[in-house]
Design a protein around this ligand. Structure first.
Ligand SMILES: C[S@@+](CC[C@H](N)C(=O)[O-])C[C@H]1O[C@@H](n2cnc3c(N)ncnc32)[C@H](O)[C@@H]1O
Length: 303
């Protein structure tokens, strides 16, 4: 992940919790875990572990996952850090059906700017939940255009340890917003982190969840934060499909129990048995294949 020195530089990670000491947003996740009587909770992108430890203290079994060793080091050292299983990595580390509630608090989805990577994260979380398992996360509402307030005069503040911080030069490129975060340390050291966040729309996020096997609860579109709650649908099946020689331009009639996601999915190329797991709810449909210019095969029609 380029940028975001605040998640990797130990001097800044130590000040992370002082960005927002109150963290009123975490109350929602705490109450959700209680409301669904979650036994096993995974906090994906757990950061310094504040939410994970609070949930563990309330009797949930909690796993906190984060790719940043520096953030996890703070989490482990916190009071109550021994109550949580910490994993350095991302959602791909999760085992099948391991948890009944998955959370991503603090706009983690926006930090994952690559759309394919976010879809893979949703799919991995779906696999980690049993059917009926719940998934909740938040993402800033692009309609609020909060980045317009990320100017030095409106954002300047002092963090723990006397680190002065401010945002500068926010620019929107479609739904991607780039900006600089400036840090000034008491000893005079200066540091600039060049960051980017993706402000995805409600529609995009909803579609990504549906394509990765979730049912999505209604969302308040007008709130400054889009708060998603989704439910994992029954296990996706794995299709085993024999791709025969593709000598003619169209080869139709294969019967697949699943197809790949997207309106024009790319089919695995090559002859022989191809085993793949896919995400798209096309169970039992007939998939037609046609040869592509590169000599591969493409599922071109589903009836
Ligand atoms: C804004 S912090 C949020 C931390 C925590 N969830 C909270 O509410 O305070 C974003 C976190 O996402 C983590 N992160 C970055 N890429 C990630 C990924 N692909 N999967 C999971 N977490 C990721 C970062 O290391 C960082 O700890």
């Amino acid at each position: 992940m380029a940028g975001f020195e605040e998640y990797s530089d130990p001097r800044l990670v130590a000040a992370y919790d002082s960005w927002d000491p109150a963290r009123r947003d975490l109350v929602f996740y705490r109450d959700l875990a209680a409301a669904v009587s979650a036994t096993s909770v995974v906090d994906v992108g757990c950061g310094t572990g504040r939410l994970a430890i609070e949930l563990a203290r309330r009797g949930h079994q909690v796993t906190g996952i984060d790719p940043s060793p520096a953030m996890l080091a703070i989490a482990r050292r916190r009071d109550g850090g021994d109550l949580v299983r910490w994993v350095e990595g991302d959602a791909s580390c999760l085992g099948p059906g391991e948890h009944d509630l998955a959370l991503m608090s603090g706009h983690v989805v926006q930090v994952i700017t690559d759309n394919d990577q976010l879809q893979a994260t949703f799919a991995a979380i779906g696999r980690a939940l049993p059917p009926g398992g719940r998934f909740a996360f938040d993402s800033r509402n692009p309609a609020a255009r909060v980045w317009r307030q990320w100017t030095p005069d409106r954002s300047r503040r002092t963090l723990a340890g006397g680190v002065e911080v401010w945002f500068q030069d926010p620019r929107a490129h479609g739904d991607l917003v780039t900006f600089e975060t400036h840090f000034s340390f008491p000893d005079g050291t200066k540091l600039v982190s060049r960051n980017k966040l993706r402000f995805r729309s409600y529609g995009w996020l909803r579609q990504a969840l549906v394509e990765t096997g979730f049912q999505v609860d209604p969302v308040d579109h007008d709130a400054p934060d889009l708060i998603f709650m989704a439910t994992s649908t029954p296990r996706r099946r794995t299709a085993v499909v024999r791709i025969r020689s593709l000598s003619s331009s169209t080869w139709a009639g294969a019967s697949a129990t699943r197809s790949v996601s997207g309106p024009r999915p790319t089919w695995p190329t090559g002859a022989g048995l191809t085993r793949y797991a896919a995400n798209n709810p096309l169970v039992g449909r007939r998939v037609h294949f046609r040869r592509t210019a590169s000599g591969g095969a493409q599922a071109c029609c589903v009836d």
